[in-house]
Design a protein. Structure first.
Length: 167
């Protein structure tokens, strides 16, 4: 058994703790910076996905994001209330609805990406290009090695295990 130093200073030597600490800080700052755009991080993730795959069914979006259908319905409801998306009858499946971005969503996404840029500038103000590139490569490797889905934040579901079934 190893000796455990419970002091806060010892946690500063633990990469997992530092990743958690920075993740929490970054998530909070990102939420703060998105607030003027009228959305939160979950909304940003959904709008970003729809910009790339506009008109997908809720089922397809659910499968892409790996979130439960009830979570998807709630998220789309929130975006509809903000008049950023709309549901329409799916063109090929009369039982399904497709989700489409409204013009106002493009403006909100532009503001959100400005928040992303501001956050990165803030976080990495004291990093040179080489340090940023090294850190990015290491973080990407950690993400892949731990089976995280590329570009999908696990915070959408709160589940850090395998994605739940969508059906």
């Amino acid at each position: 058994m190893t000796d455990v130093d419970p002091s806060p200073a010892s946690l500063f030597e633990r990469p997992a703790f530092l990743l958690g600490q920075l993740g929490s800080y970054t998530a909070g700052r990102f939420s703060d910076l998105l607030e003027p755009a009228g959305i939160g991080p979950r909304h940003f993730g959904m709008l970003r996905l729809l910009r790339e795959h506009d008109g997908q069914s809720q089922q397809q979006l659910c499968e892409t994001l790996g979130i439960h259908r009830n979570v998807m319905v709630g998220l789309v409801d929130e975006l509809e209330k903000r008049q950023l998306v709309e549901r329409r009858k799916h063109p090929t499946d009369r039982r399904a609805h497709a989700v489409y971005l409204l013009p106002s969503a493009h403006e909100v996404l532009a503001r959100a990406y400005e928040a992303v840029d501001a956050l990165e500038a803030e976080l990495f103000a004291n990093f040179g290009a080489r340090d940023r590139a090294t850190l990015l490569a290491l973080l990407q490797r950690l993400s892949v090695d731990n089976g995280l889905r590329r570009g999908i934040h696990p915070g959408l579901t709160g589940d850090r295990s395998a994605p739940p079934p969508c059906s």
